[in-house]
Each structure stands twice: as C-alpha cells, then as structure tokens.
Design a binder for this molecule. Structure first.
Ligand code: ZN
Ligand code: ZN
Ligand code: ZN
Length: 121
C-alpha cells in the first residue's frame, strides 16, 4: 500500500529501473528518471504475493484478474482525497464544486439532481 493509491491490489515493476512500485507516482517521487513505457508489464499480486506478466497491447477484461488467485486488481483507485469523503469519481461534479460555491455550501441542493443544477448554472 502506498500513500497515493490506498487500495492498490498489485505492485508494478518499472521496466526502466527494475524496481517494484505501487503506482507511477511512487516511481516519480523516488526516481529521477521518467517511468519507461512497455508493452509487457510485470505485476505482483498483493493478495497472493505472486508475480505475473500481462501483454498491455492485447489487454482484455479477463486480464484484470490475477491469474493465480483471481484477485480483481484493476479497480478504481482510492486516493487519499476520496478517503476523506469527497466523491472524486465524477469529474463533472468536481468541476462544479470548484465553480459554484452555492452548491458547496448547501449540500441539500445536490439532492435535486445533477441535471437540474446543470441547467440552472
Ligand atoms: Zn524507473
Ligand atoms: Zn504511490
Ligand atoms: Zn493473486
């Protein structure tokens, strides 16, 4: 588990420096080079601790599961911000919160529905 993605299910091996990272940001913080891109990623499942490789070119839905323990490792990243209770999944909502202070001050307004406030704003 790293501080960027709280619910990371796998570690990823950086092809450039051959080290394991929980996410690309961990690599960026600890290394002074860019994360290299590769067509074949090496993963390590955090559940069963086994490593596996995936071809990123022909990546399919079934590839989102650990081949050893069927752990679904491709999930929405839970960031520290989201853990504080702010729903950050919908980019539209985020943008509106930043733009419109009224909605921020009165959370009940959002209960009327997103379409309504979209039309008014
Ligand atoms: Zn690297
Ligand atoms: Zn990280
Ligand atoms: Zn596994």
């Amino acid at each position: 588990m790293c501080k960027h993605v709280l619910n990371a299910q796998v570690s990823i091996r950086a092809p450039c420096c051959k080290q394991w990272f929980d996410c690309a940001e961990c690599h960026a913080e600890t290394q002074d080079h860019r994360l290299a891109k590769t067509t074949e990623m090496a993963f390590a499942c955090k559940k069963c601790k086994k490593a596996f490789r995936k071809d990123m070119v022909n990546y399919e839905e079934s590839d989102e599961f650990c081949p050893h323990c069927d752990n679904h490792y491709v999930i929405d990243a839970k960031t520290p911000q989201a853990a504080l209770g702010i729903e950050g999944e919908d980019a539209r909502i985020d943008a509106r919160l930043l733009k419109d202070d009224r909605i921020k001050q009165d959370p009940k307004r959002s209960l009327f529905g997103q379409d309504f406030s979209d039309r008014v704003g």
